[in-house]
Design a protein around this ligand. Structure first.
Ligand code: FMN
Length: 331
């Protein structure tokens, strides 16, 4: 047996596969299955601000217009937020009793700072760490790139100052200057960065002229974006990095570790193959380590990062030069 243990955001994990935030970790039954499947840690389904406000909108529809005065609004606001938070903190407490592996609570952050209070409550409920799932779709024409980006730093600063458990940040790759932003964020007192989140995208049903969801689950080819950035950034940041998106099998776990990841997060592959697939991926990792003579993850972690490469430029190549110059043998 190889030593698969790792550290991510100061947490000791028995192996590097973390069950990422999704519906699979939204119930106690789901959480137990993920632990039985072999997960090294679990990120709970995020608590969403949107969800609270949509619920409140629905409720408000049943309130006569004349009664929608401010006190009433505030009352619903408070009750609904309270109910959602109570459910979430109960889940954290139950999960902590039921499983041995670390439980990471997840907040879908918005621009508001109310979340700092919620973060405190999730910490008090016993969460081992906190993952901030942060993405502001840059559609607000009034906000400049600097303003949008500043919001990430402000939320992080507030939350890090509020809780004493480790905080990680799961980001998208939609930043004007991604490498520099990753580096700067890593210096904000967070314990980890998760590269990258994946988003719900709309598609069109052309027969019924409806907007429909598409590609909810990732595919193995989605790995390359986070693999490139993991390889380029892993030796240049001041916090741990975990990979997310497109990790579907043991080979993908190995690639991300070679790129320098401390851990990987998996979701789509668990929807497709079930939580027991974690053990299959771990077996692939073990077999590969045996073939290559590695005893522990540290023996090969980061071996294929950009900093260790003899040809660092290869990670920054973006054009299909060989293909267009007629060397089609690469296909
Ligand atoms: C059905 C579903 C629900 C998800 N819910 C959340 C969520 O609540 N919070 C979050 O941060 N990410 C959520 N995600 C994103 C995943 O955590 C993950 O970042 C993304 O699916 C990419 O990883 P994968 O390629 O392994 O699926 C969800 C993904 C799926 C497929």
């Amino acid at each position: 047996m190889k030593d698969l243990s790792t550290k991510f955001m100061g947490l000791s994990l028995k192996n590097p596969i973390i069950a990422g935030s999704s519906g699979l970790s939204s119930s106690l039954a789901g959480i137990k299955k993920l632990e039985e499947g072999g997960a090294g840690a679990i990120v709970l389904k995020s608590i969403f601000e949107e969800e609270i406000f949509y619920e409140m909108d629905d409720l408000m529809k049943n309130v006569p217009e004349t009664s929608r005065y401010m006190e009433r609004f505030d009352y619903h606001d408070l009750v609904l937020k309270g109910e959602n938070l109570a459910k979430y903190t109960t889940l954290i407490k139950e999960a902590k009793q039921a499983v041995k592996i670390p439980i990471v609570a997840s907040i879908n952050c918005s621009y508001t700072y109310e979340w700092t209070d919620y973060a405190k409550r999730l910490e008090s409920a016993g969460a081992d760490a906190l993952e901030l799932n942060m993405f502001f779709l840059p559609t607000d024409q009034k906000r400049s790139a600097e303003e949008v980006e500043r919001a990430y730093f402000m939320v992080v600063e507030k939350i890090v100052a509020t809780v004493s458990i480790p905080v990680s940040l799961k980001i998208s790759y939609y930043f004007t200057c991604l490498g520099q932003t990753i580096q700067k964020l890593s210096r904000q007192g967070i314990a980890g960065l998760v590269l990258f989140n994946r988003f719900y995208s709309p598609d069109f049903d052309i027969e019924n002229l409806k907007v429909t969801p598409t590609n909810i689950l990732s595919s193995p080819s989605d790995l390359t974006m986070s693999l490139r950035w993991m390889a380029m950034m892993s030796q240049k940041v001041e916090c741990d990095l975990a990979a997310s998106t497109g990790v579907h099998d043991g080979a993908a776990v190995i690639k991300q570790l070679l790129a320098g990841a401390q851990a990987v997060q998996v979701v789509s592959t668990l929807y497709k193959n079930g939580p027991t697939y974690i053990q299959t991926m771990l077996n692939e990792l073990q077999e590969w380590m045996t073939r290559h003579g590695y005893e522990k993850l540290q023996d090969f972690r980061g071996k294929m990062s950009q900093d260790k490469s003899v040809d660092p430029a290869i990670y920054e190549r973006v054009q299909f030069m060989k293909y267009f110059s007629g060397q089609k043998d690469i296909l």
